[in-house]
Write a protein that binds this ligand. Structure first.
Ligand SMILES: NC(=O)NC1NC(=O)NC1=O
Length: 176
């Protein structure tokens, strides 16, 4: 899909939530809330509205967003229950093709991370690769909880931007 911002602004909330409901993984409530902020002057304004909604949440809400994310190379990937967006992102970073050493490291570190923080490790898979994901996962396990909460939310916003770009023509591409 490649809607322009005028088409986005014309959507009734049912369609808006159907189309944009997973720009933040499994958090259609964010999309549904942000519909009230129409009209968006451009792509950046839509992205900013989502970002501001997230920033205004209490810390518990931000952790809730992180908890809606599937593990990388985790149960949902193996069970075929990832969302389409997540499946494509994880496959792009080679998460569906780990060798047995990588797979066991990934599983062990994901569990360690969740045990320590109470939410999953989140990283924008499209902006990185397998080696970096494994390195970041082991490094970020050592951070403070508040640092990781903020870091995870930054990654959610990167994922969101790329998912939005797949749906909406941004002003940069408008000028082409
Ligand atoms: N846990 C985690 O980072 N999940 C994800 N990252 C990403 O880019 N897509 C996801 O589903």
């Amino acid at each position: 899909m490649n809607m322009d911002i005028a088409a986005v602004n014309a959507l009734p909330y049912e369609d808006f939530v159907n189309i944009f409901g997973n720009v933040v993984e499994k958090c259609p409530i964010i999309t549904a809330a942000v519909w009230s902020r129409r009209p968006f002057v451009n792509f950046t304004a839509l992205e900013a509205a989502i970002s501001e909604f997230i920033d205004e949440l209490p810390e518990s809400g931000k952790e809730g967003i992180l908890r809606c994310h599937p593990d990388l190379a985790g149960r949902d990937l193996h069970g075929g229950t990832l969302t389409r967006e997540s499946r494509e992102e994880q496959a792009g970073a080679g998460m569906d093709a780990l060798n047995s050493v990588e797979a066991s490291n990934m599983a062990r570190l994901n569990e360690e991370y969740k045990e320590r923080f109470g939410f999953p490790f989140v990283i924008c898979a499209r902006m990185t690769d397998k080696a970096n994901i494994l390195r970041q996962l082991s490094e970020r396990c050592r951070n403070e909880r508040a640092v990781e909460r903020a870091r995870g939310i930054e990654e959610v916003k990167k994922i969101c931007r790329l998912r939005l770009q797949a749906l909406v023509v941004s002003e940069a591409s408008n000028k082409l």
